[in-house]
Ligand binder design. Structure first.
Ligand code: DX5
Ligand code: ZN
Length: 224
């Protein structure tokens, strides 16, 4: 790689692939296994064709789990939920550029509520759609599958956006983190790291394995 990585590798297992009847145990398992964050997928059945969980479950998770909660809101116009997620204990909160009519205001509110704001973008959304908001966010979540479901196949062209975001942050001396979400496995994580990703969400590649600690170690090794 021509540029040295800006941040160490962070692994965020996505609870979407966990056993929802045993969430506290599943969180403890990946914490023991060396995860850095817990990724919580919040889906509204409208922005994406699936429903998952909301702030009450996040509040219980925050009490039970030792890892910081990284909540990914796949929710149309999420402003009415932001305070609930702050009170529930979310530390990092991403919203979709495609779902927010007044993205700048939404991002400012997330920060004012004491959370670290991130902007997420779908595979088909161009870099230009998020460029104006980059000075105001702490991380970008690049969707490398179409959001809504776990276990889908990685879309390689999304790495072109990762390269554009990495170039932007280097040009602007920004500490912005780049998160990737969808289809991360030991076969795909290396190319994502090479493109500039710091923070890797992995659902099935962690919770789909019997030994979560080994799965996380394998992903770290493959990231290089
Ligand atoms: C998809 C979610 C992802 C999902 C990733 O909409 O945002 O976080 O859980 O699952 P895998 O890692 O199985 O592709
Ligand atoms: Zn996600």
């Amino acid at each position: 790689m021509s540029n040295q990585p800006l941040h160490p590798v962070a692994i965020a297992p996505s609870l979407l692939a966990a056993d929802f009847a045993r969430l506290a145990d599943e969180c403890a398992d990946v914490a023991r296994g060396g995860a850095d964050f817990l990724h919580v997928d919040v889906m509204d059945g409208h922005f994406v064709p699936n429903l998952t969980l909301g702030a009450p479950i996040v509040a219980s998770l925050a009490k039970a789990a030792s890892l910081p909660l990284d909540c990914h809101l796949m929710v149309e116009e999420p402003d009415h939920l932001l305070e609930d997620f702050a009170k529930a204990g979310a530390k990092w909160l991403s919203v979709h550029v495609e779902a927010c009519r007044h993205l700048h205001r939404t991002i400012q509110r997330i920060r004012a509520l004491g959370m670290r704001p991130g902007v997420a973008l779908n595979p088909h959304t161009p870099f230009a759609a998020i460029e104006p908001i980059l000075p105001d966010v702490d991380f970008v979540l690049v969707m490398s599958v179409n959001p809504g479901f776990g276990g889908q196949t990685f879309i390689p062209h999304t790495l072109e956006k990762v390269r554009a975001i990495d170039a932007w942050r280097r040009n602007h001396a920004s500490a912005l983190a780049i998160q990737i979400d969808g289809g991360m496995t030991t076969a795909t994580i290396g190319q994502a790291r090479q493109a500039g990703v710091d923070w890797f969400v992995a659902g099935s590649a962690v919770f789909g394995q019997a030994d979560r600690g080994a799965a996380i170690a394998d992903l770290r090794r493959a990231a290089g």
